[in-house]
Design a binder for this molecule. Structure first.
Ligand code: ARG
Length: 466
């Protein structure tokens, strides 16, 4: 049991207490960020004359050596240390001797852990953003290929009006673009450096906080030392953004599960992304989509958990805050995994275009257009609605669609109908006439797809994959 704070104590910590208190089993996840932060801190201490050049060199080389040895598997991070900060400091001193003991000058684990968590979250925001970008590329491809793939649009899970697959997928494109901009907002707002806040009240050493902030790519140092060590707002914001991503993925998964069912048969999930049943040989189950939907609850759980943890904590640092880590790491890994698998699943999924179109043709998705036809011939909309309602009833009784109902029967209910009603309610007419911005008509959708393409190619985005 290697502890940094033994001086004041006369007894060994109880083993269970030690284990309960320790965080190394999970905070080793930000080992690299811890080293990075320490190197910046040391560079600043030397610049300010608090350490001499030789001490700076020894500590920096020592930290680099630890980093390399851990990366190469020569040095294991073991549970004999309380946390990752103790692991690094103990190994540094073992390596370089007394100079190692000066690393923690003007620093507390409170500002150190606040820094590590920020550095980690910032890196992971970029990683999640990259997964979102890859997903958008996959969605864009589906959109480009399906501007004329007709399918029913639903409300209340009842067929409503016809749309296209490009339009339907385009709705998710918008959601995931918003998710990216939410991450970017969080990244901007959180980008201040807590290092130098000390335990809670700053330090008496002449630290240059602007300098460490700059070395670590922050926009500025934080402005209040008590807030610096006890702020976890950005983690909560991140968990909220991650929950929203999962909510979007989960809705999409729910649709794919329906579309893949024997009843819909709109899509077929690739064999590589499906699983079988141990008893029923005919089964091919959409387990990946179901798991993504299921894991959504887990990410929501992390958000609720941290909000609850934080709500009663007096200023400044309290140990409760150690609870932010496991659930945040788990939520981040869950979302990255789900995004990657989901992207793979929809990129390999087969769309049964005929079934989609056939489904759009049945179920009176053109009833609104029949009413619009009457309105265009001077009938008030409310009357037109009633007339078409009667026509639908007639069709239902006979098991036919509006396209199959003879003209005489149309005219029995309203003499306004002419031969051109059939053209007005044809599936492609219904879709292509919807040309208001944001509607499924291919002319406006082409514009959206073009704008998407420019967005995906924009400078910031293109560099993600290069
Ligand atoms: N493992 C701790 C955490 O995650 C590091 C900070 C410890 N600070 C302290 N005063 N005990 O929050």
């Amino acid at each position: 049991m290697a502890q940094l704070w033994g001086g004041r104590f006369t007894k060994e910590t109880d083993r269970l207490v030690y284990q309960f208190n320790a965080s190394i089993s999970f905070d080793q996840k930000f080992f690299e960020q811890d080293i990075r932060g320490s190197k910046a801190h040391v560079a600043m201490l030397a610049k300010q004359g608090i350490l001499n050049g030789e001490e700076k060199r020894q500590i920096t080389e020592g930290l680099d050596g630890i980093l390399q040895d851990v990366r190469e598997g020569k040095l294991a991070i073991t549970e004999e240390y309380e946390d990752i900060h103790s692991f690094v400091e103990a190994n540094l001193t073992a390596r370089i001797g007394d100079a190692g003991k000066k690393l923690h000058t003007g620093r507390s684990r409170n500002d150190q852990v606040a820094l590590d968590m920020k550095l980690y979250v910032r890196d992971e925001i970029d990683a999640v953003d990259e997964e979102l970008y890859r997903l958008l590329l996959a969605l864009q491809k589906i959109m480009e290929e399906n501007l004329h793939t007709y399918m029913p649009g639903f409300t209340h899970l009842q067929k409503a009006q016809p749309v296209t697959l490009a339009h339907h997928v385009g709705a998710y494109f918008e959601m995931f673009v918003r998710d990216r901009s939410r991450l970017l907002d969080i990244r901007k707002r959180m980008n201040t450096c807590p290092l130098g806040a000390g335990a809670l009240a700053g330090t008496t050493y002449p630290l240059d906080r602007e300098y460490t902030a700059e070395l670590l790519d922050f926009d500025a140092p934080t402005r209040n030392s008590m807030d610096s060590v006890s702020d976890r707002d950005y983690v909560i914001e991140l968990l909220c953004a991650l929950s929203t991503i999962m909510m979007h993925l989960s809705r999409f998964c729910e649709e794919i599960i329906l579309w893949n069912s024997n009843e819909y048969r709109f899509v077929e999930i690739d064999d590589a992304y499906s699983t079988g049943s141990s008893i029923m040989p005919q089964k091919k189950n959409p387990d990946i989509a179901e798991l993504v939907r299921g894991k959504t609850g887990r990410v929501y759980g992390a958000l609720t958990s941290l909000l609850t943890t934080m709500k009663g904590i007096p200023l400044a640092y309290n140990k409760d805050m150690q609870e932010d880590k496991e659930l945040t790491f788990d939520a981040i890994d869950t979302v990255k995994g789900c995004l990657a698998l989901f992207t793979g699943m929809i990129s390999t999924m087969k769309f049964n275009r005929e079934n989609m179109e056939e489904s759009a043709k049945n179920g009176f998705t053109n009833a609104t257009d029949a009413a619009d036809y009457l309105v265009n011939h001077g009938v008030p909309f409310r009357d037109a609605h009633g007339i078409v309602g009667q026509l639908v009833l007639k069709c239902l009784e006979r098991g036919i669609s509006l396209d199959e109902l003879p003209l005489e029967e149309y005219r029995e209910i309203s003499p306004v109908f002419q031969e051109d009603i059939y053209e007005a309610i044809r599936l492609d007419t219904c879709v292509e006439k919807r040309m208001t911005l944001g509607a499924p008509g291919s002319q406006v959708m082409e514009r959206i797809v073009r704008e998407n393409r420019e967005y995906l190619k924009s400078e910031k985005n293109a560099c993600i994959l290069s």
